[in-house]
Design a protein around this ligand. Structure first.
Ligand SMILES: Nc1ncnc2c1ncn2[C@@H]1O[C@H](COP(=O)(O)OP(=O)(O)OP(=O)(O)O)[C@@H](O)[C@H]1O
Ligand SMILES: [Mg+2]
Length: 256
């Protein structure tokens, strides 16, 4: 798979100031695959996603469909079709749901996003951005009923849906999700993961999901990597990792 992988990460090192957090991470994700990153608190999972979206300085090699992304700015990486839904969601609380969604289209690769800029306040124009808004509503019907509501007044689950919906406005080729289940009730989390799976299946969007809820992440992923202290200590298919009881206990914190 590695020869024709869509995302390839080779010997990635990253950190904050002088503090190195990732010590040479290598992985490959095929086009249209879902890859889960598991591991304990402080392992470097968030830092790995930040490194992929250009938010921390990196050494090593990151390629998306052959294009070199290492050392590129977050803006350039977003234009390559990488959408990052960060830990804590990153929605703009004082803006409405619709404004948040339209903002998600700003850095699209196509020039139609300029139209989206003008449409930020909701002027109708039948633009491609409007069409994408409709597309997001089919995945998250609840957002359609909340369009004029400020994001800060949404429930936690709705905010996470908005954050993912906003990322989808970019028409991403690679979707990076950091702990989408954080702080949400199990039912809401299951619904979110069902939608992520649907997006992946219908749009062939490649997904890298960081998740504490290993069981849930492994239920939608094809492959998984366990990160510990900035190194990948285990990689395999989701079934392999789920089936390994010792792994489940020592790294994933549950019994299979
Ligand atoms: N902005 C920062 N400045 C300095 N150090 C940081 C910063 N962010 C994270 N770190 C450190 O980097 C290490 C890895 O953090 P990271 O957030 O990547 O872990 P994580 O696996 O996402 O953990 P969690 O499961 O708690 O979200 C930790 O030791 C953390 O203290
Ligand atoms: Mg984290």
């Amino acid at each position: 798979m590695s020869e024709n992988a869509f995302l390839t990460v080779t010997d990635l090192r990253a950190g904050y100031g002088g503090a190195r957090v990732l010590h040479g991470v290598s992985l490959a994700v095929g086009q249209g695959e879902i890859c889960a990153i598991l591991g304990p608190n402080g392992a470097g999972k968030t830092t790995l996603l930040r490194a992929l979206s250009g938010m921390v300085r990196v050494r090593g090699d990151v390629r998306l469909d052959g294009a070199d992304l290492s050392g590129r700015s977050p803006d350039t990486i977003a234009r390559q079709g990488v959408a990052h839904v960060p830990e804590g969601r990153g929605t703009f609380m004082p803006l409405t749901v619709e404004e948040n969604l339209r903002l998600g289209a700003f850095v699209r690769r196509d020039r139609r996003s300029l139209r989206g800029l003008r449409d930020l306040r909701g002027r109708r124009g039948g633009s491609a951005v409007d069409a994408d808004l409709e597309r997001v509503h089919t995945y998250f019907p609840v957002l359609k009923t909340r369009l004029k509501q400020v994001a800060g007044s949404l429930s936690g689950g709705e905010q996470q849906m908005l954050a993912i919906g906003r990322a989808l406005m970019l028409r991403p080729r690679l979707l990076l999700l950091d702990e989408p289940s954080l702080g949400l009730a199990p039912m809401v989390t299951q619904e979110l993961f069902r939608i992520v799976r649907a997006v992946n299946e219908e749009e062939r969007t490649t997904v890298v999901v960081v998740e504490q809820n290993a069981h849930l992440a492994l239920s939608i992923a094809q492959q998984a990597h366990v990160l510990e202290s900035g190194r990948i200590v285990l990689s395999g298919s989701a079934e392999q990792i789920r089936a390994d009881e010792q792994v489940a206990q020592s790294y994933l914190g549950y019994r299979v």
